[in-house]
Design a protein around this ligand. Structure first.
Ligand code: ADE
Length: 246
């Protein structure tokens, strides 16, 4: 059976998955715990990405090199940047850009040097399955009751090593990306790095992010309570529905 890596950004999101893991075993590698087992009939490896692009790239590489996973799915939270991307919505990544990558004037802003690319795409099939799982989760009122108007979006996610927590900063970030034709929906700190690692290894990748804040002046206040109360519940239901679609 193909093994699926499920990367979570935060321990709270991972707890619910570990509880459901059948025949669990834990392996420590590179200072990280990797949980192997079966979830909803699928062979899985659960891991915490840790926070930031480098940490997430290390976790992704270990999942591929040491645990031989054949596909990778990321669940986490993000700040909403796009118009109409509100707290409680879900964004499924179609492509990923590193908003803090700038090797200009040697390379165009946002381009990953020596790749000739500014964006890395997600796998089309996995992404459609994840989108379907996200839509179905939002329809389950016991999961999304706090956000009855929540929407699922598909599009561009920007990653960088910053927690964006200011209206001026998030507006400037969005405008700069838009000026380079990157119409971004959400900002987080890992997705583009994992997408690049999966691109390098030819591993299908998909990512889903629940919007925990609007990357504005209250982002740091909204974030912790949202993780505990909403994001972990969303992640568990989305992953369950997704694995059943595989
Ligand atoms: N993850 C969740 N919210 C975020 C934000 N505002 N900036 C970066 N990463 C985030």
């Amino acid at each position: 059976m193909q093994s699926t890596a499920i990367l979570s950004a935060l321990a709270q999101e991972q707890h619910g998955l570990i509880e459901l893991l059948q025949r669990p075993s834990k392996v420590n590698r590179a200072g990280r715990d990797f949980w192997l087992g079966e979830l909803h009939g699928q062979s899985v490896v659960l891991a915490l990405s840790k926070i930031g692009k480098v940490a997430a790239a290390t976790t992704a590489t270990a999942l591929i090199e040491r645990f031989g996973v054949q596909r990778m799915v990321f669940t986490g939270v993000a700040g909403g940047l796009g118009v109409g991307v509100d707290v409680g919505d879900v964004v499924v990544g179609q492509s990923f850009v590193q908003h803090d990558l700038d090797a200009s004037p040697l390379f165009p802003r946002y381009e990953v040097p020596l790749y000739g690319k500014t964006q890395f795409g997600s796998d089309t099939v996995l992404t459609q399955q994840l989108l379907e799982a996200a839509r179905s989760t939002l329809k389950q009122r016991h999961v999304s009751q706090a956000y009855p108007a929540a929407k699922a979006h598909l599009g561009l996610i920007a990653s960088g090593d910053r927690f964006v927590s200011g209206a001026m900063e998030s507006n400037a970030l969005r405008a700069a990306l838009l000026a380079a034709n990157h119409d971004v929906l959400a900002v987080e700190m890992e997705g583009a790095a994992v997408a690049q690692v999966c691109h390098d290894y030819g591993i299908p990748f998909a990512a889903v992010r629940t919007i925990s804040d609007r990357a504005d002046d209250t982002a740091h206040v909204d974030f912790p309570s949202f993780i505990d109360q909403v994001a972990s519940q969303y992640a568990r239901t989305i992953v369950k529905t997704f694995l059943k679609l595989l």
